[in-house]
Write a protein that binds this ligand. Structure first.
Ligand SMILES: Cc1ncc(COP(=O)(O)O)c(C=O)c1O
Length: 500
């Protein structure tokens, strides 16, 4: 093969454009702005159009960036998700706010990893500290970002598992799970708790469902009874189960319920069990003075999670776990030494950002490569401050209460559960022409109709056997008019269906 001269070698002949971004970003921004007007029809109504353009065989030759950007704008973005639509209250995931999108883009260009002694690596830790302070976690608690609440719960329960087994002289990360485990949670706990138990080798059946009251809060008398029974069984037959964690919800997914944190923390202390609080959705609720007392006991948690990609308005892919002792995470999740990761030790001779990998987040969780999420959270908090966050949380909680009040006085609405945070579960009821047993069906139809209209898109939830219309107000774009609109849309759809 002929050897190229140096001049020829120095010219990049890669087919991918890697040059200046401003023009390209402008083109993309035009399409995104168009999308953000939320005037486009739903993606499924144009399925055959975009499918015909996008369903291509693997291209042997590329089409070039211009064509890709055109397809991205006209076919992909224009047929994107309803989630950022301010009338969409179905998911707890939100549409990202502008600064979150921009900081995420900045990270993907300037810091493809969180490693190294860069400003991005610094912001990883700083923003975790800000989150902990804003949500009143003890200052000793240290954090770790991951892709979202699922992994955040997994990391927290990994720390709990490590702690529980180390106390009986076993290293579960090295030797595996050698005893049947127990995790205590209510039926309303997120299913990712069960999955985490499975992934961590404890098995889904390790999660014991503890009864709850009418509101869905854990019944602490039932928890005490279960803990005592497990303890006694172990003493009797020498095959004790190992209690690994008590899991509390600070905002359930279905209804936004907060478990009795203080009482649960006291039981965790009495029985020497790890106390985990899943605040993926609801931890920011602590900023609302009206519900602040419900968070008493949070400071006693051994681990807490929160998802910045929910109420904080971060782009999806950001969850955070906080633990009292990050060295536990290290023992639970370390990758062991490897040659190419050497250099992660910080010493005084550092002169270059590559002289150290910075804080070894890759040894505290399950990801080695990961985006710089800290810069995104830093940007979100820096833009609006704690005050802006408090305003958003209070506004959304007030909207849920408003929907509840309207549901209580309107003859065709019924409140199914008093809201705690920003979720309200209510339903349409008709006069005696519709029997109780048909109301679930009627509300399912109302919900289907709302989704198809595309203006108000709540989800549904089942509350004590009754199908509820369930808006969850968390998106930064979602405000009072959307709560009003939802009420009007539910009543109009219900009336039309009943009249037939
Ligand atoms: C309380 C709770 N925990 C955990 C999760 C899982 O979070 P993610 O979807 O970010 O993985 C959710 C998701 O809605 C949740 O509501």
């Amino acid at each position: 093969m002929p050897v190229k001269n140096v001049e020829a070698i120095s010219v990049n002949d890669d087919r991918a454009e890697c040059g200046p971004l401003s023009q390209r970003l402008h083109e993309l921004a035009v399409s995104l702005d168009q999308y953000l007007r939320f005037e486009h029809p739903d993606a499924m109504s144009r399925y055959s159009d975009w499918h015909a353009v996008l369903a291509q065989a693997l291209p042997e030759r590329g089409v070039g960036i211009e064509r890709v950007l055109a397809e991205l704008g006209q076919q992909v973005i224009a047929n994107g998700s309803q989630i950022p639509n301010p009338g969409c209250t179905a998911f707890i995931t939100t549409g990202a706010t502008s600064v979150g999108v921009l900081a995420s883009l900045a990270g993907s260009v300037a810091a493809p990893q969180r490693l190294g002694l860069t400003a991005f690596n610094y912001l990883e830790e700083l923003s975790l500290e800000w989150l902990a302070e804003m949500f009143e976690l003890p200052s000793a608690m240290k954090g770790l970002y991951s892709s979202g609440g699922s992994v955040a719960n997994l990391v927290a329960l990994g720390a709990a598992r490590q702690w529980a087994f180390e106390r009986i002289g076993i290293d579960p990360s090295r030797d595996g799970v050698t005893r049947p485990c127990r995790i205590y949670a209510t039926a309303a706990s997120h299913h990712t708790v069960h999955r985490a138990a499975a992934v961590l080798g404890m098995g889904r059946n390790a999660v014991v469902t503890i009864g709850s009251d009418q509101q869905g809060r854990m019944c602490t008398a039932a928890l005490r009874a279960q803990l005592q029974a497990d303890l006694q069984r172990g003493e009797e037959n020498n095959k004790a189960v190992l209690p690994v964690a008590i899991v509390a919800n600070a905002g359930t997914t279905n209804a936004g319920v907060i478990d009795p944190l203080s009482d649960m923390a006291a039981l965790a202390e009495e029985f020497s069990i790890w106390f985990h609080v899943d605040g993926a959705y609801g931890l920011p609720g602590i900023l609302d003075p009206r519900v602040r007392p419900l968070y008493d006991g949070l400071a006693k948690a051994d681990s807490v999670i929160v998802d910045p990609h929910k109420w904080l308005g971060a782009p999806v892919g950001i969850g955070a776990t906080f633990v009292r002792d990050r060295s536990l995470l290290n023992r639970a999740f370390t990758q062991e030494a490897s040659d190419y990761l050497e250099g992660s030790v910080i010493d005084e001779n550092i002169q270059h950002s590559m002289d150290s990998l910075g804080i070894p987040y890759y040894d505290f969780g399950v990801e080695l490569s990961a985006p710089s999420r800290g810069a995104v959270v830093w940007a979100l908090i820096r833009e609006i401050g704690k005050e802006g966050m408090r305003e958003r949380v209070c506004r959304h909680n007030a909207m849920a209460r408003h929907v509840a009040e309207r549901a209580q006085v309107h003859p065709n609405l019924e409140l199914l559960q008093e809201p705690t945070l920003s979720i309200c579960c209510f339903r349409y009821i008709a006069d005696s022409s519709v029997a109780e047993c048909d109301l679930n069906d009627l509300n399912t139809k109302i919900h289907r109709q709302l989704v198809q209209q595309g203006r108000s898109i709540p989800s549904t939830a089942v509350i004590n056997g009754r199908l509820a219309i369930r808006p969850c107000f968390v998106g930064a774009r979602t405000c009072w008019q959307h709560a009003e609109q939802l009420l009007e849309d539910v009543i109009a759809a219900g009336n039309a269906l009943v009249k037939g």
